[in-house]
Design a protein around this ligand. Sequence first.
Ligand code: IPE
Ligand code: IPE
Ligand code: MG
Length: 236
Amino acid sequence: MASIEQIDLSKLPKHIAIIMDGNGRWAKKKLMPRLFGHTNGVKTVKNIVEFARKLNIRVLTLYAFSTENWQRPEEEVSGLMKLLKLYLKQELDSMIKNDISLKVIGDISKIPTDIQADIKNAIEKTKNNKALILNIALNYGSRQEILRACKILIDKGIKDPTEKDFSDCLYTKNIPDPDLLIRTSGEKRISNFLLWQIAYSEIYVTDVLWPDFSEEEFIKAILDYQKRERRFGKIA
Ligand code: IPE
Ligand code: IPE
Ligand code: MG
């Protein structure tokens, strides 16, 4: 059994990004509607955020809603938005208490306006918190982000941008690239997530469906990461 004591604290990933996938299949296995899976996925989010905080992870990025997810049935999309609203309401006090700073990546102008206000309020109330950055990807798509960055560069009149100039135009400005990218539910794809930022991230895919993703599964991913040799194109 993987346990917290096995983790090498000197080799912790600073930034972990997670593609939280498999809520729908989890519900289907239980003969329940997809939203039941999402509701249980939110419980996992709460648990994993708390655990990441305890482990001293600096940045946790969670893919919650993609630019492509609007193509799902209206009922599912509005259910997800309601869950987001509820999550912000339920978790704001705990973010404040636990020194967690909320950030959002993605185009939130398409999110219902009342939720945009809740998001801005939570970001503002937690902006000076230091222990953990909880970065939620909402209406996020990497291609949209990259195009947006190109437009910002043009507006700035930068004709020959450096990698740093480009990074500074992404939503993730000032956030280090993910060291570890986790995807649950077994799919071996990126689904338009952080294409620029994961250039050298270590990738870990587990078959566990997101609602079942436990502290132990999280530890397993970190232990696997700690066994990797990150070469960044160099030799050992
Ligand atoms: C991930 O679970 C949550 C979101 C994309 C919002 P899914 O809803 O994609 O679950 P599966 O992939 O259908 O099982
Ligand atoms: C990726 O999961 C998006 C989120 C986890 C929010 P999807 O379920 O939307 O991705 P695909 O469709 O399997 O690629
Ligand atoms: Mg999915």
